[in-house]
Design a protein. Structure first.
Length: 229
């Protein structure tokens, strides 16, 4: 397996404005997402903690860069759409060609919860509940200087001024480096791929007009609004 080239990418999603340092004009092949990586989130869904990381994908067409688009339109015809706050990493090669965690930001993995439950109950894949337009929201990326310090930092999502989700990355069942090692054993990871590392407890429905604020200490703070449509 290999990663697609810039020439082959055609109209694949790319946006250099969210990239940092030596990650320039790279094609994002995929968005890798991890489910139930915080124990309390699995419990709030009345599900058992998984024995191995739960992996699914979103296509690049789902992505919204909140530094450029601050209003999100959601497909309410799918039923309730839940917010899932996540620590997100951009992956890339080091000087020796090894894939590593290059940069970080906060993001939202938006989920059509009613549809997801129906698909799960039917034994079907649930990409339809995860891969709708604007279902992967990210803020501006920050260069990763210390993973340990980052995972010690508290990050949160407030909705209309009320704290909806709050945690520290160290509460993950599988750390970002453990996830990366596990993922590389299964498939090819490409420069520019994104890794959504899972959501803590506190997920819940969004509503038209909601004002969302994502914060990690003094390092990152950005806002998005749910469109009134």
């Amino acid at each position: 397996m290999r990663c697609i080239s810039e020439k082959e990418a055609g109209t694949f999603w790319r946006n250099s404005s969210i990239l940092v340092d030596d990650i320039k004009e790279l094609v994002m092949d995929k968005i890798i997402c991890i489910g139930k990586n915080y124990l309390k989130h699995a419990l709030e869904l009345n599900e058992a903690a998984p024995e191995n990381p739960v992996v699914f994908f979103k296509p690049p067409s789902c992505l919204v860069d909140a530094s450029q688009t601050t209003e999100i339109s959601l497909p309410w015809s799918l039923g309730e759409i839940h917010h899932e706050l996540e620590l997100v990493f951009q992956l890339g090669k080091d000087n020796h060609g090894k894939i590593q965690l290059k940069a970080w930001t906060l993001g939202l993995d938006l989920t059509a919860r009613d549809l997801q439950k129906k698909l799960k109950d039917s034994g079907h894949p649930w990409e339809r509940a995860k891969a709708f337009p604007q279902s992967a929201v990210i803020g501006p990326f920050q260069k990763l200087s210390s993973l340990e310090e980052l995972l010690e930092s508290q990050f949160s999502l407030t909705i209309n001024g009320n704290v909806a989700q709050k945690t520290q990355g160290k509460e993950m069942t599988w750390s970002p480096t453990q996830l990366l090692s596990d993922l590389e054993s299964s498939f090819t990871i490409c420069d520019g791929d994104l890794l959504f590392t899972g959501t803590p407890e506190g997920v819940g429905p969004l509503h038209p007009g909601d004002q969302l604020n994502l914060t990690l200490g003094d390092s990152l703070n950005f806002q998005v609004t749910i469109a009134k449509n």
